[in-house]
Design a protein. Structure first.
Length: 119
């Protein structure tokens, strides 16, 4: 069975956002980022990619909620970093990533996906 178009858009937008998150790790300030912090950020990106796969391909509903929670944490973190350091390349990329995630989650919670996700 083919997924609805909204689910495909959700998947594409979230994978694009996660790719931008991975790129923003490259532009992060090397002096302020330690190895454990970088590994934790990389693990979170991989975990979120797994959540996207679980919800889009395996039709689980709960990973969408986990991704929404990750988005809220990312927005708070982005606001805090931007307030402390100002707008830098990595924070601008993070802002675009958050915008893509919001758009993708709007597709994931749309009415056309109600029957796709199982509880």
């Amino acid at each position: 069975m083919r997924p609805p178009l909204s689910v495909l858009r959700f998947e594409i937008l979230l994978y694009a956002a996660l790719a931008l998150d991975a790129i923003s790790l490259v532009f992060a300030d090397r002096r302020a980022t330690t190895l454990p912090e970088a590994l934790t950020a990389s693990a979170m990106i991989l975990l979120q990619a797994y959540f996207v796969w679980l919800s889009a391909q395996q039709r689980y509903a709960w990973p969408r909620l986990a991704l929404a929670l990750c988005l809220v944490v990312a927005i708070f973190s982005l606001v805090q970093i931007t307030a402390q350091q100002g707008v830098e390349v990595s924070s601008a990329i993070g802002g675009v990533s958050c915008a893509l995630t919001v758009a993708g989650l709007c597709f994931a919670f749309s009415r056309s996906t109600t029957n796709w996700f199982s509880e």
